[in-house]
Design a protein around this ligand. Structure first.
Ligand SMILES: [Zn+2]
Length: 66
């Protein structure tokens, strides 16, 4: 089990895997950072690219936690 902070604030989420951690963080993200998600709204391609970029950055952070 790894505990990792949200990439935008100090709230933490737990997960055995990156996917679990992302799922655990999702409710917080929707509640606390809805405007950030809203600001990334664009075409489906743009949103997919933004999501992939977010996942890449956060997967690296997750993998760096031992
Ligand atoms: Zn947060």
């Amino acid at each position: 089990m790894k505990t990792l902070k949200c990439d935008l604030c100090d709230v933490t989420a737990d997960g055995e895997t990156f996917e679990q951690w992302m799922m655990a963080l999702q409710p917080h993200y929707k509640e606390a950072h809805a405007e950030v998600m809203e600001s990334k709204r664009g075409t489906p391609e743009e949103m997919k690219a933004a999501m992939e970029e977010w996942m890449k950055e956060n997967k690296e952070r997750f993998d760096a936690v031992s």
